[in-house]
Design a protein around this ligand. Structure first.
Ligand SMILES: [Mg+2]
Length: 123
C-alpha cells in the first residue's frame, strides 16, 4: 500500500479519486492546487502523485517541473479534460514529456485509475 497525493482544484473529483484509492487500501492526501501539492510533497513521504493539470495558482505542468527539479524520481500520473491555457496545447502530452508516466483523459473510469496506480507502484 502506498501514500498517494491527489491534486485537483475540483473537489468532487478529488473526493472520487481519494475514495477509489482509499478503498484499495492506500493512504490518501489531497491538495487543491500545485502550490499546496508542492508543500505537501516536501513534508510527507509520498509515493505517487495523481494530478489534474488545469488549476489556479500553480497548474499541474508547473508543479511537475518544480518537483522534477528537486526530486527527479517523483512518480506522476496526470489527469486532464484537455482544455488547457491554450486550445492549441495538448497538456497531457506536455505532462508526458515532462515525465508523467501515465496520462488519463477526463472523464476517466475507476479501472483506468486503478491500472495506472498499480503500474506506477510496481516499478
Ligand atoms: Mg482543474
Amino acid at each position: 500500500m502506498a501514500k498517494i497525493l491527489v491534486v485537483d482544484d475540483e473537489e468532487p473529483i478529488r473526493t472520487l479519486v481519494s475514495k477509489i484509492l482509499g478503498k484499495d487500501g492506500h493512504e490518501v492526501m489531497e491538495a487543491e492546487d500545485g502550490v499546496h501539492a508542492c508543500e505537501a510533497y516536501q513534508d510527507a513521504e509520498i509515493d505517487l502523485i495523481i494530478t489534474d493539470l488545469v488549476m489556479p495558482r500553480k497548474n499541474g505542468i508547473e508543479m511537475i517541473m518544480q518537483l522534477k527539479k528537486s526530486h527527479p524520481d517523483v512518480k506522476v500520473i496526470a489527469i486532464s479534460g484537455g482544455s488547457g491555457f491554450s486550445g492549441q496545447i495538448d497538456l497531457l502530452s506536455v505532462a508526458q514529456l515532462l515525465g508523467a508516466r501515465h496520462i488519463i483523459k477526463k472523464p476517466f473510469t475507476v479501472d483506468e485509475i486503478r491500472a495506472a496506480v498499480n503500474d506506477m507502484l510496481s516499478y
